[in-house]
Design a protein around this ligand. Sequence first.
Ligand code: UD1
Length: 367
Amino acid sequence: MAKNLKLLIIAGARPNFMKIAPLIHAIQERPASGPGIDYKLVHTGQHYDAKMSEIFFGELGIPAPDINLEVGSGSHAEQTAHVMTRFEKICEAEKPDWVVVVGDVNSTMACTLVAAKMGIKVAHVEAGLRSFDRTMPEEINRIVTDSLADLLLTPSEDANEHLRREGIPEEKIRLVGNIMIDTLIQNLEKARGRDVLKSAGLGNEDFVYVTLHRPSNVDAEESLNGIMSELRRLSERMPVVFPMHPRTGKILSEFGISLNGSNGLLILEPVGYHDSLYLTEHARLVLTDSGGLQEESTYFRTPCLTLRPNTERPVTVDLGSNKLTSLPQLRDDIEEVLEGADRRGSVPPLWDGRTAGRTLEEIVQAS
Ligand code: UD1
């Protein structure tokens, strides 16, 4: 009998957890008749606060990690180096057939580098996304990961095109669809039962859902100050619900930016996945710099303004409900959304909840 395939599945930071959950469930549900798959889940520890990590394991039904590298925060070089030195030892001990990485965080790139140098095959889920903006750490992570991976599992045709243009051979590229949407569909019912608005003291009124954490928005005082004053202004018109990433919270207090006197601006601790889905589905407007929220808004057809000069997810703009904005444009763009229809755009192809199954089949085929 053929030996089972052995995968190490990597997760490091918050947006990774929604991408590994459906993969693990698909492995657990595989029929006994097909080739067997064994896996171990490796958490790098890039995100370590309970509200940035542990909560998602419970909500998404992800088993506790088999291995935690506990790398924590640091500069990009430090964080990447810590993941690499610790993950190399795991690969030596485990000898996997594949390392499966998702998304574009530092942990994704670090584990890919280690595996590639050890001659272990790498499968990258959500390959081929490009913002063409190398000031974003994620863009560097995407380019390095995709150039080394053996199997590039893409969410959309534009991603295939980027990879071809970078000279990646066609036989390594497989269009499988958007894995985040598998998780969204699997969790809709639970999300719809949440009462996050009530806990925040709100009823049925229109509200705006805000998330911001990108260095380009929150690391410079001028930009963060400008954004916060637009939010204060908006909150006089309707409540603004802003669960704050720890990075943004720390920087706000470092700059001494005050939140006093804005009753409608509701700053919360980071919320879990179900609350975030609930807020995205019911908001009048989502204002964000997150990659995942651009996609989730598009699925719900909730108008979304993305506070960035570019997006690696152009399908959310071309077909979906997303529009790019900037601080000088923000007030007008908000106005335009609030005057327009409360649903926009359409749901792109292969956002059908079956991406994890296709992903596993491709890994089996390529083995
Ligand atoms: C990382 C990813 C980004 C992703 C984001 C989602 C990279 C380069 N960036 O950014 O792509 O969109 O996660 O959240 O990999 N911190 C805590 N507790 C935590 C984690 C972080 O307090 O559990 C604070 C620390 O001060 C840390 C800072 O947030 O220094 C930044 O964390 P880091 O993991 O370096 O990057 P993110 O901004 O979270």
